[in-house]
Ligand binder design. Structure first.
Ligand SMILES: O=P(O)(O)OC[C@H]1O[C@H](OP(=O)(O)OP(=O)(O)O)[C@H](O)[C@@H]1O
Ligand SMILES: O=c1cc[nH]c(=O)[nH]1
Ligand SMILES: [Mg+2]
Length: 214
């Protein structure tokens, strides 16, 4: 784990994450492999994204003696997947926290304008009482991430973490300027965006690679 030069952005710089991310980027990685690697990296990302969750003391008994343990307190988590590529990360997160509530936000990026277009939204009602972890593999221009977080705030979310696999400096600048209160966890910060808004060196189109649509 490494703080970055961006306020509130943590790079999950761990050997396992680097290894899996390198495999994920490779053009020859199959759809099945891409899905499996995304899920595995997501488990490791969830560990960092949930670091600030609140605990409460509980009295328990081990087979040998009583002790004070700690459990997560109150209402806990809500994952929000930005469709469709976010679902790849969501699967991994749910492996770790199967009881979490889940919201879905359908956004696609218009290829001409690079602006997000919303086509679906369904969120739990009590977003304000939960740590809301928004997941999408790619933060490119940052417009989709920023639009998603704006929606969630309008729906009452107060504590939000954004989790992605890849990001780029210009997208992080745009996102953190729009939402300085939101922590970002990313597995890597890549070099730049190309003329079509793709992350370079990147991994291609995350949705297409996850679902085999190209
Ligand atoms: O930071 P931005 O420039 O907004 O780009 C990032 C967005 O683009 C991709 O989604 P895409 O539009 O390809 O939709 P998909 O998940 O359905 O493939 C990606 O999953 C992000 O949501
Ligand atoms: O590189 C990119 C940029 C946006 N969306 C993707 O899936 N890949
Ligand atoms: Mg896509």
């Amino acid at each position: 784990m490494q703080p970055s030069s961006f306020p509130n952005v943590t790079v999950l710089d761990h050997p396992l994450v680097r290894h899996k991310l390198t495999r994920l980027r490779q053009v020859e990685t199959s759809t099945a492999g891409f899905r499996r690697l995304t899920r595995e990296i997501s488990l490791l990302m969830a560990y960092e994204a949930t670091r600030d969750m609140k605990l409460e003391d509980v009295e328990i008994e081990t087979p040998l003696e009583p002790m004070t343990g700690q459990l997560l307190s109150g209402k806990k988590l809500c994952f929000v997947s930005i469709l469709r590529a976010g679902n790849g990360i969501l699967d991994g997160m749910l492996d770790l926290v199967p009881a979490a509530r889940v919201g879905h936000l359908g956004l696609y990026r218009d290829p001409a304008t690079l602006e997000p277009v919303e086509y679906y939204i369904k969120l739990p009602e009590d977003m304000g009482e939960r740590l809301c972890i928004v997941v999408d593999p790619m933060l490119a221009t940052g417009h989709s991430a920023a639009a998603a977080v704006t929606k969630l705030k309008q729906a009452g979310a107060r504590q939000i973490v954004f989790v992605c696999l890849l990001s780029v400096p210009e997208g992080l600048r745009a996102f953190t300027a729009a939402h300085p209160d939101v922590k970002v966890v990313t597995a890597a910060i890549d070099r730049e965006l190309d003329d079509h808004g793709y992350i370079r060196p990147g991994l291609g189109d995350a949705g297409d690679r996850l679902f085999g649509t190209k």
